[in-house]
Design a protein around this ligand. Structure first.
Ligand code: NAD
Length: 738
């Protein structure tokens, strides 16, 4: 047996070398520079050893591999930026050579002359799938945990180590494009149906089946290296291809509005690559990859969606020196719309929950939500019967606060009413054990105000979920004036346990996410009032990269909730704090027309019975004199949406509500889908530069109102040429300590 740091190589009596990838101290295998060096050495070793007839590569962990490591991707950007400073004329060439390293390594494996089989025992993503595709045989376990994907496009890049070329030479072009431009996960059997995998076997048969492929005489030659090879369907000069290719860019444009350079590069790489010999095709892919890596979109998306998301998930904001809390039991008070789902996600994470409401009937009704969700998951094969039963057994409905005597954490989700919350805080604290934390899920009431009802404000914090709780990956953790480090640590341990991403914010009306969301919705009100046709408002938002139009979103959150918030703002801050035309519009919708949104089947949209789809309510157009389409600049509508949200986010930084740009960026994408290609609200500003952003704000302010006026912070940043990531450097602490 030969042992490397990350691999072991063991050759059996049949001359088959089993390469087991098992990186020390990591929960998942990833490609690092060292892993590539070792894989290179293993190829050399197995080629040189005449006793080796073939190679099986597998993983020693429960998953196969997640693909490229953060540090490697980060290093590419750093490398390019440094090279650009040294010599701009050669920087791109050097980046091209660097990104070709993985491509070259996999090509070396493929042409080594000995057959390689990848034995995929668990999730196999990105670079790891690209390596497997370079192997001559691929066997996957049929375990439910096996997911096969090239998800690069989701973080702004694309499969750049031969993936676009090998997938398009194995699968039909349409499935190949679909898989890579969406980054979707395939089950092992779907991957086999697409011709990406040769065999799917029981987990315990994986290695024997892989070895058998070699014993059966697997040829060490890729199909595309055989004479006369033709891509499935015959390549691009066929009648079928003539149907597909002219439509492909149009479909991509419909899905992405041209906002994602990585997605477009997939189309180009496949289309051009299929017309040339394989090694030239790899060069084409490598060239597009080099180009995409230089885009602002790739840089910003990788930073937010890959690096920052992982860092926040791993507790970047967790106070040091406080031991991790193993949550033995969590109490949820209020088993309504939110509380019922909070109980579900908690139980799904393996934590016992006491679910309290005013009476046993209401508490039991709350638990029935979990019963429905479990039934659904079991039906879809995501949970076994036993797992579902165990999950439900962890939720105990109750109407007795005494049942909270042994919890580590209570989450309150009762009515949004100060007096009701006050009574609940007092009742809970009467039984809550020493050291346990109280969290409120309030969406509008400042945490410091609620904490005034608490005897232990140090242990009082906000944990703000988003609906639907089972799907939304974000939680806002809100610090009241007196909230202590222990409360923050426990809240973050809880958020990590339920596998959501936290952003930690200071107390303010609307916290971070809702402040930004309502700017988005209010800009749509402005546009309606100006006479922009509603369909154009919705389409412009989607073209700007927002997943849901603002009117549709308002229907989801409920129009009467908007009314409540506007009224509360007037009550607390005075008439001048809201636009009277907004209030008039919303009062008309709610009070006169009873159009409250999706929940009562009528809002800005009509919601006919299924299978008919929702459509914009035709009468909405009669509210205001309509502008003609050619009087409206769609680009300006797009800018208004992104700028008004980004400006609000900048204000939260200026006010010290959000302190870390990573949290604003990740929170904006996970919380309300802020145009992901920008990397989030602050990356949007950094990406164009503070100076350009300020100029744009001034232009919009002149035509569309003072809410677009740039703030003092932005002007200062523009004058100094600063970025948010420079001025509020999230790594400043770590750098100072180093
Ligand atoms: P809801 O009306 O669906 O549920 C509230 C539940 O609290 C009801 O089951 C009610 O019986 C129970 N309750 C009321 N008084 C109680 C008491 N004294 N003791 C025990 N239980 C009591 O409301 P919801 O939409 O789930 O909202 C709950 C909280 O979550 C609010 O603070 C709201 O602002 C916040 N929130 C809501 C959303 C959302 O999308 N609805 C999102 C984030 C946060």
């Amino acid at each position: 047996m030969t042992t490397y740091t990350n691999f072991t190589v063991e050759t059996d009596a049949d001359g088959i070398a089993l390469v087991t990838w098992d990186m020390p101290g990591k929960s998942m295998n990833v490609f690092t520079s060292e892993v590539m060096d070792e894989l290179n050495a293993i190829i050399d070793q197995t080629v040189a050893d005449s006793a080796v007839k073939g190679v099986v590569i597998t993983s020693g962990k429960s998953s196969f591999s997640g693909g490229a490591d953060l540090s490697m991707i980060k290093a590419m950007f750093t490398f390019y930026n440094e090279e650009k400073v040294k010599d701009p004329s050669t920087a791109a060439q050097k980046l091209f050579d660097l990104v070709g390293r993985m491509t070259g390594l996999f090509r070396k494996l493929e042409t080594s002359g000995k057959p390689w089989v990848s034995a995929i025992n668990g999730t196999c993503m990105g670079g790891a799938l690209e390596m497997s595709l370079a192997c001559h045989g691929r066997v996957a376990s049929n375990a439910k945990s096996v997911k096969i994907a090239l998800p690069e496009v989701k973080v702004g890049i694309f499969p750049g180590a031969g993936g676009t070329q090998r997938v398009a030479r194995l699968a039909d072009a349409q499935s190949a494009l679909q898989m890579m431009t969406t980054g979707q996960s395939l089950t092992a059997s779907r991957a086999k149906a697409m011709n990406l995998i040769h065999q799917v076997v029981e987990p315990d048969q994986l290695i024997p089946a892989a070895k058998q492929m070699i014993k059966d005489g697997l040829k060490p030659i890729a199909p595309w290296d055989e004479k006369g090879f033709k891509a499935p369907g015959g390549g691009i000069w066929t009648p079928a291809a003539a149907q597909l290719w002219p439509a492909a860019p149009a479909i991509l444009r419909r899905e992405t509005a041209g906002n994602y350079p990585g997605a477009l590069a997939i189309l180009k790489s496949v289309y051009e690559g299929l017309q040339v010999p394989f090694d030239t095709a790899l060069k084409i892919e490598q060239r597009y990859f080099t180009q995409v890596l230089q885009t602002t979109e790739a840089f910003s998306m990788i930073r937010s969606l890959f690096i920052s998301m992982q860092e926040l998930g791993k507790g970047a904001r967790r106070p040091a020196g406080i031991a991790k809390t193993e949550l033995k039991k969590v109490g949820v008070v209020g088993a309504g719309f939110m509380g019922a789902s909070i109980a579900y996600v908690t139980a799904a994470a393996g934590i016992p929950v006491t679910l309290i409401d005013r009476d046993m009937e209401a508490a039991t009704k709350g638990k029935s939500v979990s019963e429905g969700l479990v039934k659904d998951s079991v039906g879809k094969g995501r949970l076994t019967q036993d797992e579902g039963a165990a999950l439900l057994a962890r939720i105990t409905p109750s109407a007795d606060y005494a049942d909270l005597a042994d919890v580590n954490l209570v989450i309150e989700a009762v009515f949004e009413d100060r007096d009701v919350k006050k009574a609940v805080i007092e009742a809970v604290e009467a039984v809550l054990p020493e050291g346990a934390i109280f969290a409120s899920n309030t969406s509008t009431l400042p945490i410091s105000g609620l904490a005034k009802n608490s005897k232990r404000p140090v242990d009082f914090i906000g944990v703000h979920f988003f609906s639907p709780v089972e799907k939304m990956m974000l939680t806002e953790v809100i610090l009241g004036k007196e909230t202590g480090d222990k409360a923050l640590a426990v809240a973050l341990d809880y958020v990590a346990a339920i596998k959501k991403t936290p952003v930690v914010v200071n107390d303010t009306r609307g916290f971070f996410v809702n402040r930004c969301v309502f700017r988005y919705i209010h800009e749509a009100y402005d546009m309606l009032i100006e006479g922009v046709p509603p369909a154009m408002i919705e389409n412009a938002a989607k073209m700007a990269g927002m997943p849901v139009g603002p009117l549709s979103l308002n229907d989801e959150v409920a129009i009467d909730l908007s009314q409540k918030i506007l009224k509360a703002t007037v009550a607390d801050l005075g008439e001048a704090a809201v636009d009277p035309r907004h209030l008039a519009l919303i009062n008309r919708m709610v009070d006169e027309l009873d159009r409250r949104g999706r929940k009562n089947g009528k809002g800005f949209y009509d919601y006919p019975a299924k299978p008919a789809r929702k459509s914009l309510w035709p009468e909405l157009k009669t509210f205001y004199p309509q502008k003609k389409a050619d009087e409206i600049d769609i680009e300006v509508l797009k800018q208004r949406f992104l700028v008004t949200i980004a400006l609000e986010a900048a204000r939260t930084m200026e006010e010290g509500i959000v302190t870390d740009p990573r949290e604003a960026d990740v929170g904006s994408i996970l919380g309300f889908g802020f145009a992901p290609y920008t990397g989030g609200v602050l990356s949007y500003i950094d990406g164009m530069g503070a100076r350009n952003f300020v100029t744009l704000c001034e232009k919009l302010a002149a035509s569309y109102g003072p809410h677009f006026a740039p703030t003092a912070l932005l002007r200062d940043m523009a004058a100094k040429g600063e970025t948010f990531y420079g001025r509020f450097d999230p790594y400043a602490g770590a750098k100072a300590a180093a």
